[in-house]
Write a new protein. Structure first.
Length: 248
């Protein structure tokens, strides 16, 4: 009579499978986990190391650094629509149109001519006839960043810097930037007149609803302290603050 085959103990099999699974799970976690001592590039440390602004050190690539010094405009900010440019960190265009504004007190309404950067909807005025406003502004307010801005050897994005309250970062308020029709393309210049450093479309001596005026302000370059990630020749700004002007 043949002897029966030896059958493994089920409990032993289960234990062996559990051990194998545990070893596999440990190996997977160990391979995919980020070591606790590894520094993640680009994450702001408690105090970003200060580096000189006049030379870019490749060893800092991908790391957060702090640099300071005066900003320099390499390529000016330019209003691409009207052709106005300025050696500034930011060029601000303010466009306003003369419009009717309704003010009602009980059953009586008065209509005033006011300058507004936004279209005033006159379609529901009680006396819409004779008080209609244009439905759109031919030119809207806008802001234009410097085409290229540097802090020492580092290129800085002016538009990104603006996200950190540019005037506060540079400790500077926008200042008036007078313009003339000579700066405009000839096909646009014929539509404007110069009035106190601003551009006026219409008759400034006899203002009428629909007239347009365009003025400019600029935010000038200044000394600043920037913290951000070094990427090649650029500094990706994360934080900024003004620096005292030595000449002040």
């Amino acid at each position: 009579m043949a002897k029966s085959a030896h059958r493994p103990n089920p409990v032993v099999v289960v234990l062996i499978l559990a051990v194998v699974a545990a070893i596999g799970a440990y190996a997977w976690l160990h391979r995919h986990a980020t070591p606790a001592t590894t520094e993640v590039k680009g994450s702001p440390p408690a105090g970003a190391p200060r580096v000189t602004a006049d030379k870019i050190d490749p060893a800092n690539e991908g790391h957060v650094v702090t640099i300071e010094g005066p900003l320099t405009v390499i390529r000016p900010a330019r209003d691409t629509q009207l052709g106005i440019s300025a050696d500034a960190v930011m060029l601000l265009r303010f466009a306003e149109m003369l419009q009717w504004q309704e003010k009602c007190d009980g059953g009586k309404c008065t209509y005033l001519e006011v300058w507004s950067p936004d279209v005033i909807d006159s379609r529901r005025y009680r006396e819409a006839a004779g008080h209609a406003n244009p439905e759109r502004l031919p030119i809207a307010s806008a802001r234009f960043s410097a085409g290229e801005l540097h802090l020492g050897a580092f290129a800085v994005d002016a538009a990104t810097l603006a996200n950190y309250r540019l005037d506060s970062a540079l400790q500077a308020k926008p200042v008036a930037f007078p313009v003339t029709t000579k700066s405009l393309p000839s096909n646009i210049a014929i539509s404007f007149r110069e009035v106190d450093g601003a551009l006026y479309a219409g008759d400034p001596k006899h203002p009428a609803v629909g007239d347009l005026r365009v003025s400019y302000r600029i935010i000038q370059p200044a000394s600043v302290e920037l913290t951000g990630v070094q990427r090649g020749q650029r500094l990706l700004v994360q934080k900024s603050k003004p620096k005292p002007n030595p000449s002040s």
